[in-house]
Design a protein around this ligand. Structure first.
Ligand code: FRU
Length: 497
C-alpha cells in the first residue's frame, strides 16, 4: 500500500499490525536481544494492553514474534521489565535454562470504571524457554499490592551487584519509589525520590534505575531515568534523568547535578517530542558492559492520530547510554549503538564544504535519505543561525540546526507534510538549549522515512522527531547568513529494510 511504502520505517521497529507504545521487558539471553512492547493488535489506537514481542541479534534488525502476554478480560498488562534470573532466586526455573521473570503492572479496567483508586498492582510472569512463552504467576500475584495510589506502575527491575539485591524503581504519581527483593516475589519498600525535584508537568511513568561506570574511570554513579507525561522538554511526553549515589536504600543526587536540576528545572535525555518511555536492557553480557536503551518514538499528544492506519508508532534507534564527567559535572550521553555501522553501504565523504548561500549537503538521487546516517563538524560558528533543510519535490521541509545567537539546537517540522491530524503535532519549533555560544559542534544524524534523530556533541544533546511528508525527502542543504564551513562530512547509505 502507499501507506506501507511512504511511512513504514526502513529500519526502526514497528509492529506489523495494530498499536504499539512503550518498550517493555528488554533483556539479552542466548544470542538474542528481546524487546516486548505495549501492544493492542486489534486496532491502531490504545486499548486492551498485551505485551508484543520482537527479537534481534544486533539491536537493528527486528523480527516480530507471537504475542508474549495476553490480558485477561479488563485486566490490561501495562509496562514493566524482565530479568534473567541466573541463580533461580525466584525458584520459578525448571533447571534447564535460567528462568526469565517479567514484572509488570496489572491495570484493572473494571475498578477504573468504578472510579476506584487501587487500579494498579505489580504482577510477575515467567518463562522457561528464554522469553518465547510465558506463564503468569497466578498463585502469587500481586507481588506488590496497591497502597492507595492511583498511578502506581511501570516496575523496572535490575540486579544491584553492589548491594546484592534485586532493585525495583516504580513510578508512583509524582515520585519514584524503590523496592528491594532477594527472590523477585517478596518486595521490601526502601525509599522514594523526586517529590518537588525535577519536572512535574505531568504524571511520572516508566522509571529505570541502575549503576553505571563513569566513562574511562573505575568510579560508578547511579542514574535514574524518569519519564513523565505531559511536561516534556518541548511539550507532551518526555524523558528526564538524574545522577547521584545509592547506598542500597536511598538515592542521593550528586551535588552539582542537584544544582543543575534546580537551575534548569529538569535535565533531559532527549529534547525532541518523540522519544518516550525509554528504558534499558537487562543482562547485557558483562564483557560487553554497555547500558542499552530504546524509546517509543512518539508522544501521547498525538500518537493515536498520526497518519498511519495499519500500525501506529515505531521505536527509536537503539542507543548506548554513558555517563561522562565534564569538569565536575556528570552528564548522561546517548548515541546510536555501534551495530548500525554494519549496515553502512555507499558513502560520500567531503573533507570541507565551505561557502555562502545555500550549499548542497546531499543532492537528490545521490543517497537515499530515507535510510541514511550523516556526520559532520561545523567549524568557526558565528553569531548566526545554521539551518539544514531536508526537502522533497513537493516543497515540504524539515529544517534543523543551531541558532548560535540565542544558543539552541532546533528542529522545525511546521511545513513537513501531513501535520493537521493534530493541533499539537506542529505548533511549535522544538528547541534544545545550549550552554552559551558554540565555537564548533559535531552532529550525527540518523534518517528514516519518517524520523530524524540528532546527536549533538557525542550525544550530549539529542533531538528525536517524526514527520509525515507526502513524498519522501530527497535532498539536504545548509545555509546561514555569514557562510558555512562543514568539516569531515560523511554521508552513509544504510543498507537495511
Ligand atoms: C506510558 C504508559 C505507562 C503505562 C502504559 C500503558 O506511556 O502510560 O505508564 O504502563 O503506558 O499502556
Amino acid at each position: 500500500t502507499t501507506e506501507e511504502k511512504m511511512y513504514r520505517p526502513n529500519f526502526h521497529f514497528t509492529p506489523k499490525k495494530g498499536w504499539m507504545n512503550d518498550p517493555n521487558g528488554m533483556f539479552y539471553a542466548n544470542g538474542y536481544y528481546h524487546l516486548y512492547y505495549q501492544h493492542y493488535p486489534e486496532k491502531s489506537v490504545w486499548g486492551p494492553m498485551h505485551w508484543g514481542h520482537a527479537i534481534s541479534k544486533d539491536l537493528i534488525q527486528w523480527e516480530e514474534q507471537p504475542i508474549a502476554l495476553y490480558p485477561d478480560k479488563d485486566k490490561y498488562i501495562f509496562s514493566g521489565s524482565a530479568v534473567v534470573d541466573t541463580h533461580n532466586t525466584s525458584g520459578l526455573g525448571t533447571g534447564k535454562t535460567a528462568p526469565i521473570v517479567a514484572i509488570y503492572t496489572l491495570h484493572d479496567m473494571t475498578k477504573e470504571k468504578e472510579g476506584k483508586i487501587d487500579v494498579e498492582q505489580q504482577d510477575i510472569a515467567y518463562s522457561n524457554d528464554n522469553g518465547f512463552t510465558w506463564q503468569k504467576f497466578e498463585q502469587g500475584n500481586p507481588v506488590i499490592k496497591n497502597p492507595g495510589i492511583r498511578d502506581f506502575r511501570d516496575p523496572k527491575v535490575n540486579w544491584d551487584e553492589t548491594h546484592k539485591q534485586w532493585i525495583m524503581s516504580l513510578a508512583a504519581q509524582d515520585r519514584t519509589q524503590f523496592y528491594a527483593s532477594k527472590d523477585l516475589k517478596n518486595w521490601k519498600y526502601l525509599s522514594e525520590f523526586g517529590k518537588n525535584i525535577g519536572a512535574h508537568g505531568g504524571v511520572w511513568e516508566c522509571p529505570d534505575f541502575f549503576e553505571i561506570k563513569v566513562d574511562g574511570t573505575n568510579e560508578t554513579k547511579w542514574v535514574l531515568i524518569q519519564n513523565l507525561n505531559p511536561g516534556g522538554a518541548n511539550g507532551g511526553s518526555g524523558t528526564q534523568y538524574f545522577i547521584g549515589d545509592f547506598d542500597g536504600t536511598t538515592f542521593t543526587l550528586d551535588v552539582n547535578f542537584a544544582n543543575k536540576v534546580e537551575q534548569e528545572k529538569a535535565v533531559w535525555l532527549d529534547y525532541g517530542k518523540d522519544n518516550y518511555a525509554g528504558v534499558t536492557w537487562n543482562n547485557v553480557p558483562a564483557a560487553d558492559g554497555r547500558r542499552l536503551f530504546i524509546g517509543w518514538m512518539s508522544n501521547w499528544d498525538y500518537a493515536q492520530e498520526v497518519p498511519t492506519t495499519a500500525w501506529r508508532s515505531s521505536t527509536t534507534i537503539a542507543r548506548e547510554l554513558q555517563v561522562i564527567k565534564k569538569g565536575n559535572d556528570y552528564v548522561l550521553i546517548n548515541n546510536p549503538v555501534k551495530e548500525i555501522n554494519k549496515y553502512i553501504g555507499k558513502t560520500i565523504k567531503v573533507k570541507s564544504l565551505k561557502g555562502k548561500g545555500k550549499l548542497a549537503v546531499a543532492e537528490a538521487g545521490k543517497i537515499d535519505l530515507t535510510k541514511a546516517m550523516l556526520h559532520f563538524n561545523i567549524k568557526n560558528l558565528k553569531q548566526d543561525t545554521y539551518t539544514f533543510t531536508l526537502s522533497n519535490a513537493n516543497g515540504e521541509v524539515v529544517s534543523f540546526g543551531i541558532n548560535n545567537t540565542d544558543h539552541y539546537l532546533f528542529v522545525d517540522r511546521l511545513k513537513s507534510g501531513k501535520i493537521d491530524f493534530s493541533e499539537k503535532f506542529a505548533s511549535t519549533i522544538t528547541k534544545a538549549p545550549l550552554d552559551g555560544s558554540q565555537k564548533e559542534g559535531t552532529f550525527k544524524i540518523i534518517l528514516d522515512k519518517t524520523s530524524i534523530e540528532i546527536f549533538y556533541n557525542n550525544g550530549e544533546k539529542v533531538i528525536t522527531e517524526i514527520f509525515f511528508p507526502n513524498q519522501p525527502y530527497t535532498a539536504l542543504s545548509v545555509s546561514s547568513k555569514n557562510g558555512v564551513e562543514l568539516n569531515d562530512l560523511e554521508i552513509n547509505q544504510l543498507n537495511i529494510n
